[in-house]
Design a protein around this ligand. Structure first.
Ligand SMILES: Nc1ncnc2c1ncn2[C@@H]1O[C@H](COP(=O)(O)OP(=O)(O)OP(=O)(O)O)[C@@H](O)[C@H]1O
Length: 275
């Protein structure tokens, strides 16, 4: 067990290791405090890290450690108490409502635990919506939707409504919706949390495809070590701070899973088989 208790790699070191490219995401000394004088919760306590273009980063940590708060701050759904979050070099912590809406629409893709598809629209229309709200020319919508559906293996369900699809299919349509407008960063919050293990595996293959074939930069919150083993780097959060960081490097996914499990077990988490 070599790296498990290592000091988190600094953002600067990670940056240097990844070459000279600019980070897609820079989280700089953020803090998030909820409550008032009588009851204060320090959900995030000085977190800094970078995510480079094309990285697939997993965020893990015990319940209440601050994972969702971190994701929500990056998503600009929540605001930081102090610190800065830069997406492709732009500080998004100070954006006002109209710019915020544009930023979320143009630069981010979201995948939640529940697919959040609109029930009255077909899969095709759900994906297409992400393009039309962005002002995409009508003639380009169909080819773009069909292309992403083909890459992610969901062409056969494009005409179905959400109630006609399985949970796994809905999640993959949500992934296509998140990707179709070519966001700078895809944020996924427990994307396999509501799926059985077989559907979860298919969804994780979908995320891998998004990352490797479509060059999506992904930040995924998960409590599941199996899901996390599909990422290329894991940040472990404990008590609102980065407790540890491990990278997959050239090792196999099973080996990475075992290393993740060492940290999870140390932190007091769940155990699941890697296969
Ligand atoms: N709106 C809020 N008001 C007050 N406290 C909050 C609020 N949201 C989160 N918290 C607190 O902040 C801390 C971090 O919560 P967060 O939801 O980010 O944890 P988490 O790691 O995502 O947990 P889980 O794995 O259980 O979803 C917790 O102590 C939580 O109770």
């Amino acid at each position: 067990m070599t790296e498990v208790y290592a000091t988190p790699q600094s953002a600067a070191a990670a940056h240097a290791a990844a070459g000279s490219a600019r980070p897609i995401l820079s989280v700089r000394q953020i803090e998030k405090v909820y409550g008032n004088r009588d009851s204060v919760t320090r959900a995030i306590n000085d977190i800094s890290f970078d995510v480079m273009p094309g990285e697939f980063v997993g965020i893990m940590g015990p319940s209440g450690s601050g994972k969702t708060t971190l994701l929500n701050c990056v998503a600009t759904i929540d605001t930081v108490t102090s610190g800065h979050i830069l997406v492709d070099g732009r500080d998004v912590t100070g954006l006002r409502s109209r710019s915020l809406a544009k930023f979320r629409r143009d630069d981010l893709g979201f995948i939640f635990q529940d697919s959040n598809l609109l029930d009255t629209l077909t899969a095709f229309e759900n994906i297409a919506l992400a393009l039309t709200v962005k002002g995409e020319h009508t003639s380009k919508v169909r080819p773009k939707v069909e292309e992403i559906a083909q890459v992610l293996g969901v062409s056969d369900v494009l005409n179905k409504y959400p109630y006609q699809m399985s949970g796994g299919q809905k999640q993959r349509i949500a992934a296509a919706r998140a990707m179709v407008a070519d966001p700078k960063l895809v944020l996924a919050d427990e994307p396999t949390g509501a799926l059985d293990s077989r559907s979860a595996s298919v969804m994780l293959d979908t995320l891998t495809m998004m990352n490797t074939q479509l060059n999506a930069t992904i930040m995924m919150v998960t409590h599941d070590s199996f899901a996390a083993s599909f990422a290329s780097r894991i940040l472990f959060i404990k008590d609102g701070a980065v407790f540890n960081e491990i990278r997959k490097g050239d090792t196999s996914r099973t080996d990475f899973f075992n290393r993740i499990m060492e940290v999870v077990t140390f932190l007091g988490g769940d155990v699941r088989d890697a296969s």
